[in-house]
Design a binder for this molecule. Structure first.
Ligand SMILES: Cc1cc2nc3c(=O)[nH]c(=O)nc-3n(C[C@H](O)[C@H](O)[C@H](O)COP(=O)(O)O)c2cc1C
Length: 174
C-alpha cells in the first residue's frame, strides 16, 4: 500500500513524531511505502475558499505553496494517517490547514482507510479531534477507520506506545 502520513506536530523529536516513526517502521517492514510530511514545517496556507478548484480548474488548488508537494501523494494514497498533538482540545492548526486544503481534491479517490495518532498532556481531551475531524472524514470520504492511537502524560515516548504503533504498522498488508 501507499501510505501517506500528515504529521501536524512542530516537534520532530516529540511524542507525536515518535509514534509516527514507530508506525512507519512497522508499515515499511510489512512492505508498504510510507511517505511522511511534517506539515508544521511546510508552507501550507489556509484555504481561501476561492473555488478555483471547482470553477476554473477542477481539482487544482491555485495556491502555489508546499501543499502542491502533498497533492500528488494524496491522490495515490491507499491509506492516510493523520498525526497531531492536541492543541486546545483539537488537532494542531498546521494539520487543520492541510486538511482544509484537501477541499480541492474533495475525496481522495484511492484512499480506502484512515488512522489517527494523537499526543496530549492530559487524558480525555480527544473528543473534538475525533468527532469534528476524524469520524467526520471517515463518513464523508466513505473510508474505513483503521484505528485511533493516543498517548498522554507518561505514555508519551514510552516503549509501550512505540510497540503499539509499530505493531499497527506491521499489521498492514502491503
Ligand atoms: C498551544 C498548545 C495547546 C495545548 N493544548 C492542550 C490541550 O488542550 N490538552 C492537552 O492535554 N494538552 C495540550 N497541550 C500539550 C500537548 O498536546 C502535549 O505536550 C503533546 O504531547 C505535544 O506533542 P508533540 O511534542 O509531539 O507535538 C498543548 C500544547 C500547546 C503547545
Amino acid at each position: 500500500m501507499n501510505i501517506l502520513v500528515l504529521n501536524g506536530s512542530p516537534h520532530l523529536d516529540g511524542p507525536t513524531s515518535d509514534m509516527v516513526s514507530a508506525f512507519s517502521e512497522g508499515a515499511r517492514e510489512a512492505g508498504n511505502e510510507v511517505t511522511v510530511f511534517n506539515v508544521a514545517h511546510m508552507d501550507i496556507k489556509g484555504c481561501m475558499a476561492c473555488d478555483y478548484c471547482r470553477k476554473v480548474e477542477k481539482g487544482k488548488c491555485c495556491q502555489q505553496d508546499d501543499m502542491q508537494k502533498i497533492y500528488p501523494r494524496l491522490l495515490e494514497a491507499d491509506m492516510i494517517v493523520f498525526a497531531s498533538p492536541i492543541y486546545y482540545f483539537t488537532l494542531s492548526a498546521q494539520l487543520q490547514a492541510a486538511i482544509h486544503r484537501t477541499y480541492s481534491v474533495d475525496i481522495p479517490e484511492r484512499t480506502k482507510q484512515v488512522a489517527l495518532i494523537m499526543s496530549s498532556g492530559s487524558k480525555y481531551v480527544y473528543g473534538a479531534a475525533i468527532t469534528e475531524y476524524f469520524q467526520s472524514i471517515v463518513e464523508y470520504w466513505g473510508v474505513k477507520n483503521a484505528g485511533i492511537f493516543t498517548a498522554n502524560g507518561k505514555q508519551n515516548k514510552s516503549e509501550e506506545k512505540r510497540r503499539e504503533l509499530y505493531d499497527f504498522g506491521r499489521s498492514l498488508k502491503a
